[in-house]
Design a binder for this molecule. Structure first.
Ligand SMILES: Cc1cc2nc3c(=O)[nH]c(=O)nc-3n(C[C@H](O)[C@H](O)[C@H](O)COP(=O)(O)OP(=O)(O)OC[C@H]3O[C@@H](n4cnc5c(N)ncnc54)[C@H](O)[C@@H]3O)c2cc1C
Length: 392
């Protein structure tokens, strides 16, 4: 190992977990050189607006950076954009970039996130079939929306629902096609799913549930099994993501459920390598088990813990994961371990506001609220305490 570089922290990735790792490292007194290497073309930016305000045309790309350019100078973070970390060599502690450059590290943080997954059907790779993860994806989608009168969204996860409502808000005629009977039935239960379907219909979105996509023809027509095809000027495939584990695999990290397993301090099994964010299966100290989480706030929290760990501090991941989603003008807030429930109790608060309590074996494992912020805060605390499922 090059002794001159033994203090270097190499962060692989350019999303919230990566930036937060740099912040956490410096905040905890880490003094080594920081190299943040991202294959994106832009410095870390907010992804949540990409399916909301940015897609609706209410904000510009200039408002998206997570930190201004000066931050990187002040915090001495060198950012390499449009560059890929191809392999990691934990024995001698160095990474090799796609262009062959070798970079030694003392600690390497893998914050490589996830990439959109296309359905394995004919025509899914057609250039006219769009996906949404990066700012470049969002630019392409927004430009296509400007030329389109109709859109089909394949998939009814949060990104699919948010994008559908945003496109409808721009005046497009939008259809959501999903294999689930109602959006989020598996994750949130059919009762909450029906409400979310109602929010989409309120925005003028058609929802075709229980539909299997068998092909996409010419990037313009979605073929369904046993139902008439749906044609549109714009097709967005929002059918989930796959963790980007390529560099981790070269380091000999053994994946679990297709993700990088880490402990509550974000340490992998390989000395000198940490991981944070969507790419991980991370142990949560309060849950007492490993969780797969794909939320912005959790990527920020895990990244910070990784940075603190790299600097020699002792932070642990112990809060219940949570996120907010905005579908049209409706916002829901969700905090949960996210790995299953056997009971859902819905409490009505009038005017469409409600709280859904999720339980497993009588214990609170999640809460979803709409128009009931107090329940969100209370629910998160109940989840973290493993408290009995509330009556209402
Ligand atoms: C449109 C959209 C809206 C969303 N809205 C919400 C929301 O409202 N609330 C919420 O909680 N979550 C939301 N999310 C999810 C949230 O954005 C993710 O959970 C979060 O971005 C995960 O952060 P990350 O840093 O782990 O990974 P990412 O943000 O995916 O960042 C990974 C980075 O690593 C880079 N990279 C990967 N491999 C390599 C490599 N080998 N070499 C170099 N660089 C590499 C990528 O280019 C990328 O910059 C949304 C996501 C999208 C796409």
């Amino acid at each position: 190992m090059d002794a001159a570089n033994t203090d270097r922290l190499v962060i692989v990735g350019g999303g919230p977990a990566a930036l937060s790792a740099a912040r956490g490292y410096r905040a905890c007194g880490g003094a080594g050189e920081i190299r943040l290497i991202s294959d994106d073309r832009a410095r870390p930016y907010d992804r949540p607006p990409l399916s909301k305000e940015y897609l609706r045309g209410e904000t510009t790309a200039e408002s998206l950076p997570m930190e201004p350019a000066e931050f990187y100078d002040e915090q001495r973070v060198t950012v390499d954009l449009d560059r890929t970390v191809a392999t990691i060599h934990p024995g001698d502690r160095y990474v090799v970039l796609g262009d062959g450059e070798r970079l030694d590290y003392r600690t390497c943080v893998l914050a490589t996130g996830a990439a959109p997954r296309r359905l394995p059907v004919p025509g899914a790779d057609h250039p006219g079939v769009l996906v949404l993860r990066s700012l470049d994806d969002a630019r392409a989608l927004r430009a296509a929306a400007g030329r389109a009168g109709t859109a089909v969204i394949i998939g009814s996860g949060f990104i699919g629902c948010e994008a559908a409502a945003s496109l409808a808000g721009r005046g497009l005629r939008v259809t959501v096609v999903s294999s689930e009977e109602v959006p989020h039935a598996a994750r949130l239960g059919p009762e909450v799913g029906r409400r979310i379907a109602g929010w989409l219909r309120e925005q003028g979105v058609d929802v075709i549930g229980g539909a299997e996509v068998i092909a996409v023809a010419d990037g313009r027509r979605v073929e369904l099994d046993g139902r008439p095809p749906v044609a549109a000027d714009l097709i967005l495939m929002a059918t989930g993501v796959s963790p980007r584990t390529e560099p981790a695999a070269t380091a000999g990290i053994v994946l679990r459920d297709g993700r990088i397993p880490v402990d509550e301090r974000m340490r992998t099994q390989v000395p000198g390598i940490l991981a944070a964010g969507d790419v991980t299966l991370a142990r949560n100290a309060a849950a007492g088990r490993h969780l797969a989480v794909e939320h912005w706030g959790e990527a920020v929290a895990m990244g910070e813990i990784a940075g603190v760990t790299a600097a020699g501090g002792g932070a642990r991941w112990d809060r219940a994961p949570g996120f907010w989603s905005t579908i049209g003008h409706r916002t829901c807030k969700y905090a949960a371990w996210g790995d299953g429930f056997d009971t859902v109790r819905v409490a009505e608060h009038g005017d469409g506001a409600f709280t859904a309590w999720y339980g497993r074996e009588g214990v609170t494992v999640g809460v979803l609220t709409h128009g009931a912020d107090d329940d969100y805060d209370r629910g998160r605390a109940l989840v973290e305490r493993h408290a009995p499922l509330p009556r209402r």
